[in-house]
Design a binder for this molecule. Structure first.
Ligand SMILES: NC(=O)c1ccc[n+]([C@@H]2O[C@H](COP(=O)([O-])OP(=O)(O)OC[C@H]3O[C@@H](n4cnc5c(N)ncnc54)[C@H](OP(=O)(O)O)[C@@H]3O)[C@@H](O)[C@H]2O)c1
Length: 274
């Protein structure tokens, strides 16, 4: 894994007081890509930054070896702890949110900046277009290398493309096996050269983890079903996220990269419950 092309991402949601310690532990365990958001409701971005500062000080990694990703979240997805002036226009909110993220994370640039979710579940709106344009400006000013969108359906992506918007580098979605592991969106990503980041690969798919075929593959590889799911995700081209709080699981999640699944096994898992 290089900082430019991460192959596993550590997610920092829902960690509250443990955010700094778990970010540090993830980096000491070998994760080199970190996902967060400037959304205090679910993330403590400033504590992620403190974790980063601690590992830099300890000489574990340098900023250049890391891939840092954070997000712009609309007010509707936030609580009262906003990283921008809610009275400002959306473009200004994006600029303020980026500035605050850079300060939290102690860096002058992000590797990826993601629209946390579109304004509407039904399609790509004018608000989204305004936010995306502001995000492109941030990228052009060098404050992020790449851009992404999250929690999108195929329709959002199609409408975004039809509106002439620049193609994102990343799509980050919750990945349900019963939807063919987000087959439609992954198909769009493949066609357009977008890297698909999958989250909730374990929690959204308990049937897969319990499935006897996955259990059989895990037994053959002397691995756990969770590791098989992460390896499968990589085998079909996804960049998986884990937010594990368990040191053993951190090691297991990273070690899944070394497992070998046959093409048949990958195909079987892809069709297991979808
Ligand atoms: N864009 C968005 O809207 C959005 C939404 C949700 C999440 N995310 C991102 O995705 C990250 C990951 O979130 P997630 O929804 O995938 O859930 P998660 O927070 O990673 O939770 C995964 C669950 O799986 C368990 N687990 C992990 N590795 C395991 C292993 N090897 N064996 C057994 N159990 C294992 C964890 O338990 P232990 O802690 O005990 O290991 C935890 O209960 C978040 O931190 C966030 O960065 C983004």
């Amino acid at each position: 894994m290089t900082a430019m092309r991460p192959d596993f991402m550590y997610g920092t949601a829902w960690k509250e007081d443990l955010t700094q310690a778990l970010t540090e532990l993830a980096l000491r365990t070998g994760f080199r890509a970190i996902d967060t958001a400037n959304q205090r409701r679910h993330y403590v971005e400033a504590a992620v930054g403190e974790g980063l500062a601690a590992v830099y000080r300890a000489g574990v990694v340098t900023r250049a070896e890391l891939f840092l990703q954070t997000k712009f979240t609309y007010q509707q997805g936030q609580d009262h702890r906003l990283p921008y002036d809610p009275a400002a226009d959306l473009s200004t909110q994006v600029a303020q949110s980026v500035a605050s993220s850079l300060q939290h994370l102690g860096t002058d640039h992000l590797d990826s900046y993601v629209l946390h979710g579109p304004a509407s579940g039904y399609g790509w709106t004018e608000d989204d277009a305004e936010v995306w344009t502001a995000m492109v400006k941030e990228r052009d000013a060098g404050r992020t290398r790449l851009l992404g969108v999250s929690n999108v359906g195929l329709r959002h992506l199609q409408q975004m493309a039809a509106a002439g918007a620049e193609t994102p580098a990343f799509v980050q979605n919750r990945c349900f096996a019963r939807l063919g592991w987000d087959r439609d969106v992954r198909g769009f990503c493949t066609t357009h050269g977008i890297v698909y980041q999958g989250f909730s690969l374990l929690t959204a798919n308990p049937d897969v983890l319990r499935h006897r075929l996955v259990g059989g593959i895990a037994a053959r590889l002397q691995a756990t079903p969770a590791q098989v799911v992460f390896r499968f995700a990589q085998a079909v081209g996804m960049l998986p996220l884990t937010g594990t709080t368990d040191p053993t699981h951190m090691k297991q999640d990273l070690a899944s990269r070394e497992l070998t699944l046959s093409a048949d096994e990958v195909q079987t898992i892809e069709r297991l419950v979808g």
